[in-house]
Design a protein around this ligand. Structure first.
Ligand SMILES: Nc1ncnc2c1ncn2[C@@H]1O[C@H](COP(=O)(O)OP(=O)(O)OP(=O)(O)O)[C@@H](O)[C@H]1O
Ligand SMILES: [Mg+2]
Length: 289
């Protein structure tokens, strides 16, 4: 059974008013346990609207979405949904309210009615997962931390809830290179050490190639492509839209392929590209000898 199943999902903001806006248009897709899904799309294409359906913050105007086989509109499963689906929203550091890092992370746990004894254990292990040391950080105000560390605290506060589906909305946007790398390492570790299903919205194609098993492409609220990462990124229309954002090494392979027809420009992964270049150069060397 798929862990997420959307059928003809449509969502309109401000229905019935002059501001009515169709943000999702007839979307159908399935996600299996352990998949890592990357969502790409221009600003306003519906990415955040889609993920807000995954824990029931928004409910479809038309169509349906099932998580763990249960309809998100069914009130009986509301608590289960909140427990099992964790969302790190866009710019989460703008939504920190508590006076200390400990209270910030404990907040969600209290809502889940985790026991008093268990809360510090969960806070500690989630801080460890994001590479922060419990003793030295728990009494600090989140507002006094740097952007990168605050983002990691925000991720920790969701990880503490031990979600089965982890959703990250542009979790590296606005961070410097080091901050970005830290977050990517955290996601890699979660992917390696657990069966957590991960859904991440990102504009960074290199990041998605590195992490995602599948990619979904949204345009004007429509799902214009969904499939395995290398398949989606080798589609002509997707390449046309996003080519400038592809890593330099992939762009280089395309240019080489235009000049030397016998080169495979479909490779997405650096090891494959290394091999391809090795063969090309070897061909030149053999020709010369
Ligand atoms: N609360 C709201 N009320 C009315 N319209 C909204 C609301 N939130 C989003 N929209 C509209 O719905 C459409 C999809 O917005 P959404 O935030 O899902 O896009 P996005 O792909 O996440 O964009 P971004 O890359 O800027 O985060 C946009 O046209 C947006 O203006
Ligand atoms: Mg968004």
């Amino acid at each position: 059974m798929p862990i997420i199943e959307a059928k003809n999902l449509t969502y309109k903001y401000c229905t019935g008013t002059t501001y009515e806006r169709k943000a999702l248009d007839n979307i159908t897709f399935k996600v299996e346990t352990g998949d890592v899904i990357g969502i790409i799309g221009e600003n306003g294409s519906g990415k955040s609207t889609l993920i807000k359906h995954l824990n029931g913050i928004l409910q479809p105007t038309d169509g349906s979405i099932k998580i763990f086989g249960k309809d998100i509109c069914d009130k009986r499963y509301r608590n289960e949904l909140w427990e099992k689906v964790g969302i790190v929203f866009q710019f989460p550091e703008q939504q920190t309210f508590e006076d200390t890092v400990f209270n910030e992370i404990a907040y969600g746990l209290k809502n889940l009615q985790v026991s008093k004894e268990e809360i510090p254990v969960r806070v500690k292990s989630s801080l460890e997962k994001v590479g922060l040391e419990y003793e030295s950080i728990i009494s600090i105000s989140p507002l006094s931390l740097s952007g990168g560390i605050r983002r990691r605290v925000a991720v920790a506060s969701i990880l503490a809830m031990e979600p089965e589906i982890l959703i990250l909305d542009e979790c590296t946007a606005g961070l410097d290179l080091l901050g970005r790398e830290k977050i990517i390492d955290i996601i890699k570790k979660i992917k390696k050490e657990s069966k957590t299903t991960i859904i991440m919205v990102s504009h960074n194609i290199s990041e998605l190639i590195e992490l995602c098993s599948h990619i979904a492409v949204l345009k004007d609220g429509k799902l214009i492509s969904f499939g395995k990462t290398h398949q989606v990124l080798s589609e002509k229309n997707v390449q046309k839209m996003y080519f400038n954002m592809f890593p330099d090494y992939i762009q280089l392979m395309h240019k080489l392929s235009e000049t030397f027809g016998n080169i495979n420009a479909k490779s997405m992964y650096i090891e494959e590209i290394e091999m391809e270049l090795h063969n090309l150069l070897k061909g030149f060397k053999d020709e010369r000898n």
